[in-house]
Design a protein around this ligand. Sequence first.
Ligand code: ADA
Length: 568
Amino acid sequence: MIRTFRQHILRKTRLLDGLWDFITDPGNVGQTEAWYNNYPSGSRKLVVPSCWNNELGLFDYIGAAWYRTYFDITQESSIRLVFEGILHHADIYVDGQHVGSHFGGYTQFSVVLPHLTEGRHELIVRADSTLDWQTLPTDVADWYSYGGIIRSVELQELPDVYIESLKMDYQLTNDQADISLQVQLQSLSSEDSEVVVNASTEGLAFPAAIVSLSAGQSAQVTLRGSLDNVRKWDVGRPELYLFTVQAGEDDYIDRTGFRTVEVSDGQILLNGKKLYLQGVNRHEEHPEWGFAFPPKLMLKDLAILQDLGCNIVRGSHYPQSQFWIDLLDEHGMLLWSEIPMWGCFMSTETLASPLFAERGVRMLDEMITRDYHHPSIIFWGAHNEIDTRTQEALELTKKFVGKIRSMDQSRLVTYATMHPEEDTVLSYFDVIGINKYYGWYQGSVDGFRDMLQNYYRNAEAQGAGGKPLIMSEFGAAGIFGDTGWEPRLFSEDYQADVVQQALNIFREDSRIVGTLIWHFADIRVDVRSDRPYFRDRARSFNNKGLLNEYRKPKLAYRLVKEIYRRDQ
Ligand code: ADA
């Protein structure tokens, strides 16, 4: 996949990115009709990865589309096709056979095709961007309804016994790390096999293991070892260790950093030291690329975050691309990662839907499995702005938080509440995030003071009084270039005033351990003529960015930079 380092040296991999055949299927007539009948007149080429809505004539298109490409293999081999992100429902066909499907636009999935014959093969993807009240996000989300294959597609050639997955865990005692590597192996062979599994990292070779696999079966082995004098990963000190696992003819390379994260006495401690979080919410979105955000621009976004004085970014509101998270690891920048829960604040019907809950749990599983090794991630976000005053929200919280904790005890679990004064789920979390917009949707900026007092009372009453608190969203819209002498609504001046005053209030309150401004840069919003939502989004953008959509700084950016950099 698109990572900043190579994950395989022995296993042959290649990207299938590039120009694919493409056709929309608004009537859902199926590939034969939509595709072959219209080809070549009704079809076009589209770059993978990209969003179709960034192409002429497709701006508004929500629905199904067909993609086609071909790949060659020079001798019979087993292959794995890895899809890093397809919005939102995906069906995969190889040589006319349906070989897999997936729901969830921001998490990766793959299909394994054993013993494919030598020669040319046809790969067809049906992508459907339709959302409804039971999808994550729902069909009402404050970002653009893009569709398409938004992240890379990779082809891997697998040997008969291959490494299905690697899970690295460690226990830090001072500067000694006790490490375990859980290696999952899979056989595609019709015969029993035996493989030697080796692993190493800088300064440590793990004792090898010999694993026997029955034909076509899987097996698991855990390698253990200790590393002394480990260099700890920290904010601005990105010490990383590369691990190479080899099993027979296959290999798997991954990376981690050693660090501890915990909550103590109302504070967040990273490597035992108190942490004050300064950050922003960031969508991985750009008006020209949509969610197919190019790696080159990620480097620029990261440089801007560093310039602003941030030590954390919230990946609002979905798992972001692996390349981005690799960059955060490499630059010592923290990440709050979450699944796309948006649009559940108006009714509890969605929260009560078993299908919705099942999809959410699966996404949490896919997010945590994919990103488990990144030291930059310190929070898993369970949900954003659901009605946490209700029984339905409580039940869903139990499911989601239970799922997260069952998979990962090394990170903190958080969420963003919009009902801090009446919230009933506080006790399930390690850290509480509050989203409030005083100075924009509600009253004046001073309203934050009363809200915070009410929140503290509510938290005390629920036995959650000592939990660290992050202001996870606040801000105001400011249209880039609209400046003047008076702070009018929607001007850069007004936005800068709100953000500056809010930050000053939060910094006086010792129970607040961090601020995440809404948001990094302006994003496109889906303001359709037939929909009642987001009518206040001038230009059809959410204009609360400290930068505009092309990453040009507004006045608020300069003021926040002064504040964020003051204490560094
Ligand atoms: C919410 C939501 C954000 C955004 C913001 C706003 O807090 O979580 O995604 O929609 O409001 O701009 O109103």
